[in-house]
Design a protein. Structure first.
Length: 104
C-alpha cells in the first residue's frame, strides 16, 4: 500500500476546527428550535403529532452527544495545532543556536 502524505497548514486546521465547532452549534440550535416549535404545536395536535413530538424530544440527548463529540474533535485539533506550533518554535530556536563558524 502506498504511503499517503497530507499537507495542511496550522491556519487551515484552525479554520476547519472553527467551521466544525460552528456546525456543531448550528446542529444543536436547529434541534432546539425544532423541539421548541413542536412543543408550541403540542396543545392543538393529534395523537400522531404527539408521537412525533415525543420522538423528536427523544433525539435531543443524541444530538447533544453528537455536538459534544464534535467539540471534542475541535479540542483535539486545537491541541494538535498548539503542540505543533510549540515544537516548530523550539526547532527554530535550536536551529538558530547552532554554531556556523566551527572551523575557527
Amino acid at each position: 500500500m502506498a504511503d499517503v502524505e497530507f499537507k495542511v497548514s496550522t491556519e487551515q486546521l484552525a479554520s476547519t476546527a472553527n467551521e466544525l465547532a460552528s456546525t456543531g452549534s448550528t446542529i444543536s440550535n436547529l434541534t432546539a428550535e425544532m423541539v421548541n416549535i413542536s412543543t408550541q404545536l403540542a396543545p392543538c395536535s393529534s395523537e400522531t403529532t404527539q408521537v412525533f413530538i415525543s420522538k423528536l424530544n427523544a433525539l435531543e440527548p443524541s444530538i447533544q452527544k453528537i455536538n459534544s463529540m464534535i467539540q471534542e474533535h475541535v479540542n483535539d485539533i486545537e491541541q494538535i495545532i498548539n503542540e505543533y506550533s510549540q515544537a516548530e518554535t523550539q526547532n527554530v530556536q535550536e536551529a538558530e543556536a547552532l554554531q556556523t563558524d566551527i572551523i575557527s
